[in-house]
Design a protein around this ligand. Structure first.
Ligand code: HAM
Length: 425
């Protein structure tokens, strides 16, 4: 056999059958939760101007500096595959004048993102997120509501034991003071920092808080904490968010080192963690980004949102033993024997599908035994059998594949009969 020449690219997976069903099942569950909470659907392109991501996500972030899939198109424009949704959604919000809609404007989306990272369990180069953004509401209730939306989704897919970590990064009134305190502290301990973090300290000191390096983390345990530097407005906002969560009895942990990997956040930031060990265990995260709409050329507009990584959620569900089985609708298999039954079987499959009944079948091959064997393997609920006698008498045989019981029905009654049995309305 010839050697296969092409394989999927590293970090990019094919999903076939069950895993593909689980992925789309997760997405439809999320859509239901988001739509019930008043979020409308948005879809933005996979490709955007590279500058959009540099400006919003940040030139020094890993997602942009190291992981962006960037190329020059045939008109010499630098374009990039989206590494996340927020930047594109903010661009669309401004471009289509969504600020003139009644506020808050609440949008959700899902789909593929691209980051050229080193692939490992739970980290791919092409991965999927579900994502929401809420524009135009500055009150802490909005932060709390996007967080409870995530919790409701986890509950719906029966993902238990997810922990929530929260922090506040302040705003332009208080962050500079914090930044200075952090830089002063880190400079004092510069020799103990990992080399990569010495570079981060020079370029974007808040990124150091996100470090995975053991040496740096030891230094960070004593570092100044954002929550102690918040201005009065930011303190009030954060206390407001916590008040709503406390009122609902929702558990969370304050994590003073939580800064998120993207530069646009102000005030509240949060992340969700599963029980699987390791650096790839963040199932999702988000926060407020009150300056981003203006930074990209829109009116000043407060905003908050989050994204969840679907591959990680599927891994977590598998580890938890709670992976939802894809919902398989009731199905029928049409088996036929001999030339005269061929057209009748083909026609019946079409009539069943037109009538809203899930139907498959083989019309022009194999003996009846092999066809029923295939029906069995497919796990269908019923088989309809048409042989020469049935064609002559204008009947069909309906076989219950679970019990094996068979009955003869008039050919023109079978579609209505299966519609009733399958509850098709
Ligand atoms: P993020 O933290 O970069 O946030 O990504 C959210 C989630 O996407 C992560 O927690 C993780 O589950 C998943 N994820 C990220 N990278 C990968 C990867 N390489 N492979 C598999 N899963 C991955 C954002 O993207 C923000 N846009 C969220 C947001 C929306 N903030 C405000 N609005």
């Amino acid at each position: 056999m010839a050697r296969q020449e092409f394989q999927s690219l590293r970090g990019m997976a094919d999903l076939i059958g069950q895993p593909a069903g689980q992925m789309s099942n997760l997405i439809s569950q999320f859509r239901a939760v988001a739509e019930a909470a008043g979020y409308g659907r948005i879809e933005t392109p996979l490709l955007e101007d590279t500058g959009l991501f540099v400006r919003s996500v940040g030139a020094d972030t890993d997602a942009v500096a190291k992981e962006l899939y960037t190329f020059t198109d045939r008109s010499d424009h630098s374009v990039s595959l989206r590494p996340e949704f927020t930047a594109g959604i903010v661009r669309a919000y401004i471009e289509h004048g969504l600020s003139s809609w009644p506020q808050p404007v609440k949008l959700y989306t899902d789909g593929a993102l691209f980051r050229y990272d080193r692939p490992q369990g739970g980290r791919q180069r092409q991965f999927n997120q579900v994502n929401v953004e809420a524009f135009g509401e500055a009150a802490p209730s909005m932060d709390a509501q996007v967080i409870t939306l995530v919790q409701r989704f986890f509950k719906r897919i029966r993902l238990n034991n997810v922990s929530l970590q929260l922090n506040s990064l302040g705003d332009p009134a208080c962050r500079p003071r914090y930044r200075k305190a952090l830089v002063d502290y880190l400079k004092e301990h510069e020799k103990q920092l990992a080399e990569i973090d010495r570079e981060r300290l020079a370029k974007n000191p808040l990124r150091v808080l996100d470090s995975k390096e053991a040496a740096t983390r030891a230094v960070l345990s004593e570092a100044p904490q954002t929550l102690n530097y918040l201005c009065e407005d930011c303190q009030k906002h954060f206390a407001g968010v916590l008040e709503y969560l406390d009122d609902l009895g929702l558990a969370y942990e304050l994590n003073p080192l939580l800064v998120r990997g993207l530069d646009y956040y102000t005030r509240t930031v949060f992340e969700f963690y599963g029980e699987r060990e390791g650096a790839q265990s963040a199932l999702g995260g988000g926060g407020r980004y009150d300056l981003l709409v203006e930074l990209l050329g829109g009116q000043p507009t407060p905003a908050v949102g989050f994204a969840l990584g679907l591959e990680r959620i599927l891994l977590e569900l598998a580890a938890d033993g709670a992976l939802p089985a894809a919902v398989v609708p009731k199905r029928v298999y049409v088996a036929s024997l001999g030339e005269p039954a061929r057209l009748a079987a083909f026609r019946l499959i079409e009539q069943l599908l037109d009538g809203g009944v899930a139907a498959t079948g083989a019309v022009d091959r194999d003996g009846i035994g092999a066809q029923l064997e295939r029906a069995n393997r497919q796990g269908v609920d019923y088989a309809v059998i048409i042989g020469q006698k049935e064609v002559r008498e204008d009947t069909v045989i309906l076989r219950d594949m679970t019990s094996g019981a068979q009955e003869v029905l008039p050919a023109n009654a079978i579609v209505a009969e299966l519609r009733t049995r399958f509850g098709v309305t």
